[in-house]
Design a protein around this ligand. Structure first.
Ligand code: NAD
Length: 355
């Protein structure tokens, strides 16, 4: 089983080091053997090669069964030309691997309930949402885009566009995922204003005929943003387009209390899938043994489950993370009174030992 590791920038190398320990623990416990290759992406790749996504990285990723990414970006590269910014590496690898579905589970660990930003009576109803974001279409990639002149002054524009096939395949991921969970899918759009959203809704409703057992609902994105903080327990699976999903998945993540806890998977029609924590490169704490490695370690669990079909091994990791939290281990971002503050290394060691 070949895993390609893309550490990236900032805390990327810190957290991937801990992820490796989780892989090693799984190897020992279950008798597997993982082969790792490393490749450059983001600012690290700009420094070494002049661009954020070297061809060699794409080749190595395509040759692997799954890719684990740290994070990209940082102030050092804020002023580089738009077309070679670190984020372009991320968008580029998603495109190169055909990863059209981004799965972000936002579940509240009961040990971290006090860190949740919502009222205790709302928290008590539980938060366990899977946000599925379309990843390769919409306004982030639509053409035409650029700068020009309108009415005698400078203007800039992007295009929000979806083909029917793009909506259908992400809707399928939504319905299939809902089937494996609590059977509820909420499609989020802005059909009261946007033509592209009216089309989105039409296709999702049509696709629903193949999944009559799944309960389908629709919400406008502004309402969904509000409902996520007012009554998140109503949601099982949310499916939405790229831009709305970017924002809603961060919102769903934030209400759980720590961005350092949440994994993600980006999947295409076949392997390799790409797995990464949802947070950024946290340059403010990079290299200081302060990063929370749990989002990355939980991304390893998703990788084992979705790309390598190792569900029992994935569960062993998830249980180890829960146990570490139950034992009171906390990195700075999730620290609460009465718990024990640990660094990135110690948290990684502890989870590996618990696996
Ligand atoms: P960020 O997620 O990097 O950091 C936001 C805050 O959360 C910071 O205070 C940071 O210290 C903290 N934080 C994040 N992850 C943490 C962890 N694992 N443990 C403890 N604390 C953690 O977002 P930002 O500050 O807006 O962006 C920093 C850089 O990351 C920028 O260059 C941005 O473009 C990039 N970025 C990359 C990705 C990605 O690689 N997927 C995503 C978002 C932002």
């Amino acid at each position: 089983m070949n895993i390609c590791l893309l550490a990236g920038d900032g805390i990327g190398p810190d957290i991937l080091k801990q992820a490796r320990k989780a892989f090693s623990a799984v190897e020992k416990k279950f008798g597997h053997s993982f082969a790792f290759t490393e490749a450059l992406i983001g600012g690290a790749a700009i420094d070494a090669t002049g661009g954020p996504l070297p061809e060699e990285t794409v080749t190595k990723c395509k040759a692997s069964d799954a890719v684990l990414l740290g994070a990209v970006g940082g102030p050092k590269w804020d002023d580089v030309a738009m077309n070679i910014r670190p984020e372009k590496g991320l968008l580029g690898i998603r495109k190169a691997l055909g990863l059209f579905a981004n799965l972000r589970p936002a579940a509240l660990f009961k040990e971290l309930a006090p860190a949740c930003y919502l009222r205790p009576d709302i928290v008590a109803q539980g938060i366990d949402v899977l946000v599925i974001r379309e990843l390769t279409g919409g306004v982030y990639f639509g053409e035409p885009r650029g700068e020009g002149q309108r009415d005698g002054e400078r203007a800039a524009f992007n295009t929000m566009i979806y083909k029917e096939s793009e909506i259908r395949r992400i809707a399928k991921v939504g319905f299939e995922s809902a089937r494996k969970r609590r059977g509820k899918l909420c499609s989020v759009d802005k059909a009261n204003v946007l033509d592209v959203s009216r089309f989105w809704r039409e296709i999702v409703i049509d696709e629903h005929t193949n999944y009559p057992d799944v309960e389908l609902s629709h919400q406008y994105v502004d309402n969904a943003a509000m409902q996520l903080v007012r009554a998140p327990s109503q949601f099982d699976v949310i499916v939405t387009e790229n831009l709305f999903g970017d924002i809603l998945s961060d919102e769903a993540a934030a209400i759980t209390g720590s961005i350092g806890m949440l994994p993600s998977a980006s999947l295409g029609a076949a392997n390799p899938g790409l797995y990464e924590p949802i947070h950024g490169s946290a340059p403010d704490i990079a290299g200081q043994d302060k990063a929370n490695p749990l989002a990355t370690i939980l991304s390893v669990a998703m990788l084992l489950r979705f790309s390598l079909n190792l569900a029992v091994e994935a569960e062993a990791i998830e249980t180890a993370v829960k146990t570490a939290l139950a034992q009171g281990l906390r990195t700075g971002d999730i620290m609460q009174p009465g718990q024990r503050l640990v660094g990135c290394e110690e948290m990684g060691e502890a989870v590996a030992a618990l696996i």
